[in-house]
Write a protein that binds this ligand. Structure first.
Ligand code: PLP
Length: 236
C-alpha cells in the first residue's frame, strides 16, 4: 500500500508549510493518524511508513487492532466519546485519552489505570461551538475540571482538545479560526494559573492549517491519510 506512505508525506508537507507560514517552530506539530474504521493491515502499512501515533474512537474496534499490532510498539490515543462502563479497558489499553469531559470519567480512569504503567495522558474536550455542539465541556467549566484532573495521581493532564461544529455554508476564515482561538486563550489562562500543559489537540483533515495558525500541537487526521471512510460496522 505505497499510496498510504505518499498520503502521509503529503499531510506532513501540509503541516510543515503551516508551521512556516504561521511562524511555528519546525516539528512543533505532531501528526496523530486517526485510524477508526481502518483495518489492522492498513494501520500496519502506515506504521511501516514511519507513523507511530494512532487515534481510535470505538473501544471494541480498537481493542482488536491494538492486539493485532502489539508487535509494533505503537502509541494509542482514545479520541471518541467515553461511556463510563468502558473506562477500565480504556485505562489499560491506551497511552492517551483526548475526550475527557467530566470528572467522574477522569476519576474512573485514574482509579483503573493499571499499576506499573506510567500515568495516562489526558486532554479535556472543550465545547468550542456553543449550542451547535453536543460534545465537550463549556469553556467556563474547564478551569475547575482541569484543577481536579491535575490532582489525580495516575493521570497526567496534557492539554485541551476540541472538535468544532461544522461551519455554516459560506462562512469566512474568521469563523474557522474562532474555536481554535478559544482553545488557545483558555490554554493561556490555565497556564497563568500555574497549570503546566503542553498539548492543544485540534485540527483535522479540512482545517489543520487554521488550527496550526492558532497554536495546535497535535492535529488529528483521518481522511487525508486513509481516504474517505466507509461506514463502520463494529460497535462499542
Ligand atoms: C474522525 C475524527 C478525526 C479525523 O477526521 P478527518 O476529517 O477524517 O481527518 C479527528 N478527530 C476526531 C475526534 C474524530 O472522530
Amino acid at each position: 500500500m505505497p499510496h498510504l506512505a505518499e498520503q502521509r508525506e503529503r499531510v506532513i508537507a501540509r503541516i510543515q508549510a503551516a508551521e512556516q507560514t504561521f511562524h511555528r517552530a519546525t516539528g512543533n506539530v505532531q501528526l496523530l493518524a486517526v485510524s477508526k474504521t481502518q483495518d489492522a493491515e492498513r494501520i500496519r502499512a502506515l506504521a511501516m511508513a514511519g507513523q507511530r501515533c494512532f487515534g481510535e474512537n470505538y473501544l471494541q474496534e480498537a481493542q482488536e487492532k491494538i492486539q493485532l499490532l502489539a508487535d509494533l510498539n505503537l502509541e494509542w490515543h482514545f479520541i471518541g466519546p467515553i461511556q463510563s462502563n468502558k473506562t477500565r479497558q480504556i485505562a489499560s489499553l491506551f497511552h492517551w485519552v483526548h475526550s475527557v469531559d467530566r470528572l467522574k470519567v477522569a476519576e474512573r480512569l485514574d482509579a483503573q489505570r493499571p499499576a506499573g504503567l506510567p500515568p495516562l495522558n489526558i486532554c479535556l474536550e472543550v465545547n468550542s461551538s456553543g449550542e451547535a455542539s453536543k460534545s465537550g465541556v463549556p469553556p467556563a467549566e474547564i478551569p475547575q475540571l482541569a484543577l481536579a484532573v491535575a490532582a489525580l495521581p495516575n493521570l497526567r493532564l496534557r492539554g485541551l482538545m476540541t472538535i468544532p461544529a461544522p461551519l455554516a455554508i459560506g462562512s469566512d476564515e474568521t469563523s474557522a479560526h474562532a474555536p481554535f482561538r478559544l482553545l488557545r486563550e483558555l490554554f493561556a489562562e490555565l497556564a497563568g494559573q500555574g497549570l503546566g500543559m503542553d498539548t492543544l489537540s485540534m485540527g483535522m483533515s479540512d482545517d489543520l492549517e487554521a488550527a496550526i495558525a492558532e497554536g495546535a500541537t497535535m492535529v488529528r487526521v483521518g481522511t487525508a491519510l486513509f481516504g474517505t471512510r466507509t461506514a463502520r460496522c463494529a460497535s462499542g
